[in-house]
Write a protein that binds this ligand. Structure first.
Ligand code: Q9C
Ligand code: ZN
Length: 660
């Protein structure tokens, strides 16, 4: 038995004993596993340093119980790995030429070795065991093993996908097989790494004591580790039938709304029935927003809600083990958000305005159907009104407070790295050079997106050519209360055409910075055959489209990332609309795809469906446009030879008065 005294004495709480006992395992020796210098590998030692630095500088680490890493014992490795695999990993430290190690590593899928790999792998596996054992004993309420190399791709007989030993599987097996005395008989493994946990799945595929849940990008079996092991039809075998749950996203860009829909409609209901004695999280942070490999969009706040929802099980006995995650800022802030939840067991309560993708509901329904024979709680269709709220990818946002400006830009409640990492001085991340680059040169997204054409479809004041030109060339026309900066690329539209679309035009909000008091135009994001709205289409580049989107939402053009990139352009053609989360507080943050003109996609920007709900309920005001604004629209329609002046006035009047 470990002495409780040792742990108690290392406790130092900053908030009067309200914190739960959270263990953190960190050990610098784990940095001795690194890729050959010329490789510039994403799975690098800085990952754990970034997390550790932020936990310290933010003050969270000192509220936790810090534990040193422990080496794994051979017999514990042997619970899930073959003798051959174990001796391979152990042999690496004695292979002392880099070229020999490279040749050895090349025999495996996505693996590198350094001289210190043996030690790091041993410490990673040993630490997750240590964390799990202390939580099982009740010496800790929960723990986070900040370890690498990661583990969930490693299979019985070989390393794979940056993983040497399967750390989580080893700890799980250890508790279930070697420490029956601790009373942990059922373990839920939640693998939220963006990649499928193929190794872990295999190890417990027939084991009913383990409920393995993995949510990952699948992309029809093309996303790493590729193949069909990550399919939802893989539900477990023999007595483990039903105890393997895969949720395979069809594409990237999934964010908080998608993951929360999944939590609420699959994971949490099943966890209630399974009633685990402990939860082990394969906590990769490569589904985080900003990750270079994942392409998903979970915010730190999203992670905190996902984790918080798990806290109601097993008396909060949660062990987190780091897996992937390759953007240093993203993994540090995500880990920070998780530790914060472990400490007080409550995620900040924020109302979600966002809806999942249509494809997310599709996947959730498929998984529910597949598993409902094992988990009756998943039986029955989801309510129409739930699954109809779709198509928008987004993050959580707070309520609109300020209704007096076009945009309400306030401090986001999710801390950015700038909010929390600023005080870090001992961190060797090359943040500065990145910032310099962004300040001095045109970011590369601009030249990339300047090669792509889109039709930007306008239904408001931009129908008037001279007004729209302010967004391209910069300027201010009659009735406008402020100057537009214009786009970076000031070249004229390559074409202009008019079309009508079956979407409702309406006017809402109280006043705008540009036009003063009165509502501004919105297009209902959903189509309706009863409606016929005139839109003026400008053929501009995707780069210019981004600059229009930025200006419409009151943002600065000096942005290091596009709001709407080529991937978004791909996605929107199946999803119909995309909520641009970076401008979630802007009014025109919903980009809607209206079809193709020739072979060029037609895009417009409007409010989100949830805003429409708020306009209907009266939470946000509906208002006719002010005179100057209405006149701009009318002259736009007249100059464009779409309607006579009388017809145009009647058209605007109808849109301003007809109930939504
Ligand atoms: N074309 C983890 O996140 N990618 N592993 C290889 C080869 C490997 C990710 C791409 C990604 C492994 C733990
Ligand atoms: Zn991963």
């Amino acid at each position: 038995m470990e002495s409780n005294g040792e742990i108690e004495s290392s406790l130092s709480r900053s908030n009067g004993g309200e914190d739960r006992r959270v263990g953190l395992i960190f050990d610098e020796r784990i940095c001795k596993h690194y890729a050959p210098a010329e490789e510039d590998h994403p799975e690098c030692p800085d990952r754990i340093l970034a997390i550790w630095s932020l936990l310290n500088s933010s003050g969270l680490a000192k509220r936790c119980i810090i534990l040193k890493a422990k080496d794994v014992e051979d017999n514990h490795l042997a619970l899930v790995h073959t003798k051959k695999h174990i001796s391979l990993i152990k042999s690496i430290s004695s292979v002392n030429s880099e070229s020999k190690r490279s040749r050895l590593a090349a025999r495996f899928n996505s693996i590198y070795f350094s001289e210190g790999s043996t030690e790091a792998a041993s410490l990673a596996a040993g630490s997750v065991i240590e964390a799990a054992e202390k939580v099982a004993k009740g010496e800790l309420d929960s723990a986070f093993a900040i370890v690498r190399p990661p583990g969930h791709h490693a299979v019985e007989g070989e390393p794979m996908g940056f993983c040497l030993y399967n750390n989580v599987a080893i700890a799980t097996s250890y508790l279930l097989n070697e420490r029956r005395d601790l009373g942990i008989n059922k373990i839920l493994i939640v693998d939220w790494d963006v990649h499928h946990g193929n190794g872990t799945q295999k190890m417990f595929y027939k084991d009913p004591r383990v409920l393995f849940f993995s949510v990952h990008r699948y992309d029809s079996g093309t996303f790493y580790p590729s193949g069909h092991d990550g399919s939802y039809i893989m539900t477990g075998e023999d007595s483990g039938a039903g105890h393997n749950i895969n949720v395979p996203w069809e594409h990237g860009r999934c964010g908080d709304a998608d993951y929360l829909a999944l939590w609420d409609n699959i994971l949490i209901p099943v966890a209630k029935v399974f009633n685990p004695d402990m939860i082990i999280v394969s906590a990769g942070f490569d589904a985080a927003i900003g990750d270079p490999l994942g392409g998903c969009r979970i915010t730190p706040h999203g992670y905190s809600i996902m984790l918080d929802k798990l806290m109601e099980f097993a008396g909060g006995k949660i062990v987190m083990a780091l897996e992937g995650g390759y953007n240093l800022n993203s993994i540090a802030t995500s880990a920070w958000a998780c530790v914060d939840v472990l400490l007080h067991g409550k995620a900040p309560n924020v109302v979600s305005e966002a809806y999942p993708f249509a494809s997310t509901w599709r996947v959730i329904q498929e998984v529910r159907r597949e598993l409902s024979t094992y988990w009756p709680v998943l039986g029955g269709e989801l309510p129409e009104k739930t699954i109809n709220k779709t198509t928008q990818i987004a993050i959580l946002s707070s309520d609109y407070e300020d209704k007096t400006e076009d945009i309400v830009l306030s401090v986001p409640e999710v801390p950015t790295i700038e909010d929390v990492i600023q005080p870090l001085s001992n961190l060797k991340i090359d943040l500065d050079s990145q910032v310099d680059q962004e300040a001095n040169m045109k970011p590369s997204w601009r030249s990339e997106l300047s090669k792509v054409d889109v039709w930007y479809a306008s239904y408001g004041s931009n129908m008037k050519m001279s007004r729209f030109r302010c967004y391209i060339e910069g300027g201010q026309v009659e009735g406008m209360m402020r100057l537009c900066v214009g786009s970076m690329d000031k070249s004229k539209p390559k074409g202009i055409i008019w079309k009508t679309f079956p979407h409702r035009l309406f006017f809402a909000r109280e006043r705008t910075a540009t036009w003063g008091p009165g509502g501004v135009a919105f297009l209902h994001p959903n189509s309706n055959v009863q409606e016929k709205t005139h839109l003026c289409l400008y053929k501009i580049t995707l780069e210019q489209f981004n600059d229009v989107l930025l200006q419409e939402n009151g943002l600065n053009l000096e942005t290091s990332h596009p709001l709407f990139d080529s991937a978004a352009l791909q996605t929107i053609q199946t999803e119909k609309s995309i909520l641009v989360e970076l401008v979630q507080r802007g009014w025109y943050h919903n980009v809607v795809y209206l079809g193709n003109e020739g072979d060029i996609p037609v895009l417009t920007m409007t409010c989100s469906l949830s805003d429409v709900d708020n306009f209907i309920s009266g939470k946000f005001p509906i208002n006719p446009p002010c005179k100057e604004y209405a006149n701009t629209l009318i002259t736009g329609l007249v100059e464009g030879e779409q309607l006579s002046e009388e017809e145009a006035s009647a058209y605007i009047k109808e849109a301003s008065s007809k109930p939504l």
